[in-house]
Design a protein. Sequence first.
Length: 106
Amino acid sequence: MNIADHALWLRDFYTSRGWYAYPPFIRLAFLTEELGELSQAVRAYEIGRDHPHERVRTESEQQAHILEELADVFDNVLILADTYGYSPDELIQASESKLRERFSEK
């Protein structure tokens, strides 16, 4: 599945559960929550957490957790973009255009 197909599937999935209707400020709160979870997963992998009540995860479990949280962040960005009518391709084009212009690349 490519990114555009995933974004469409995601919209249908979220809509079927009533999640798509949340306004952008709530979506941003969800995105912030997922970023926090990603931050915690990266921290645990890179420097550890040292919490006495948490089981230490194996390296493969830690990497799987990072992947899961990256996907959650990605999905929330796609839903937020869709809310404003932006496709994944438009996000990619905007990113590349901005960086090329900023760093004078053609």
